[in-house]
Design a protein around this ligand. Sequence first.
Ligand code: SAM
Length: 215
Amino acid sequence: MKIRERFVFLWGFLRDAPRIGSVTPSSRRLALAVTAEMTSPNGARRILEVGAGTGVITREIVSQLRENDTLDIYEMNQLFAKHLRKEFGGNGTNGQVRVFEADVISSPPTGKYDHIISGLPMNNFRPERVRSAFQTFIKLLSDGGRLSFYQYIFGRPVQSVFVGGKGRRRLREVGTIFREFIDRHEYRRVPVLRNFPPAVAHHLEITSDKNSNSH
Ligand SMILES: C[S@@+](CC[C@H](N)C(=O)[O-])C[C@H]1O[C@@H](n2cnc3c(N)ncnc32)[C@H](O)[C@@H]1O
């Protein structure tokens, strides 16, 4: 990863820590684990990445794009969206990549996707917003579509040490919502210990028979 990219990320974090959620971008190992299930064998794939930051995961997605695949990126931070446009929006990706500077939960896209890859810092969200994020993803996925995201190992317990009782309650509720969606839809998880902090990549498959209670 370029040094400049690290600085852009750190600068973004210093200006808006709660929405960025991490002081450093994901490692390449985590990016590989989160993109490992972009495997659908036939046809053009429609991919959505949300919360792309400075594009560590985007770079892995782009390297796996096939000729007719498309990648839409939703990133609400102005600085990061500008950086992503410069890095990925040009001729190098043949117009397959579009960058939207927008909040994916309140202004979601209108189309359907085969795969969503999320880097949203949902441990910093209110529980209702976490639920809305999962519901938005489920609405945006075609039947059998996949959602991949990561969580830091012990992320919520560690965060709990630094917050008061209200914060701990919020984190417990957020954890319950995560478990609900993971228990219902997860088919694979991959621990990535060589990341700071160590993380787990989760892969969920959304089929119409299992998502009837998610709305
Ligand atoms: C922890 S960073 C992840 C960056 C990158 N995916 C990585 O793994 O290094 C979270 C990113 O999500 C973005 N974000 C947070 N809430 C968002 C929302 N509702 N819609 C779009 N982007 C959002 C933040 O601006 C930030 O860039």
